[in-house]
Design a protein around this ligand. Sequence first.
Ligand code: ZN
Length: 119
Amino acid sequence: MRKDLEDSLFEQHEKILGQCDYRELCIGDGWFVLVDTLCLGLQHLTDSGAGPQVRALQVKQKFGELCFYAEGADYFQAGMIHMASLISMRTCEVCGSPGERVEQQDHWRTLCPTHTAGS
Ligand SMILES: [Zn+2]
């Protein structure tokens, strides 16, 4: 992920991402909005007293899917994280357009038709 996008996520969502194992999110730029929206939604619940504080341990792409490993989530928040992972498998990790999981050089990625052809 581009450094400025990554920095923006860490700054805006310090309470959620501040304790990640790595000061690096191993995902593509195309999932920025997805992760940003997930964190906004999770934090909104916490700040309005409707949920515990979620703390991400690691955020990465695995087999073309967003893996948002976190602790502290209640059942509802875990469902939000699960939904974000489902959406990630249909969202190009490069540009954010609709995409699907493809295998390239023994690695699974989620890509739109343009990035499948171009990479
Ligand atoms: Zn794309």
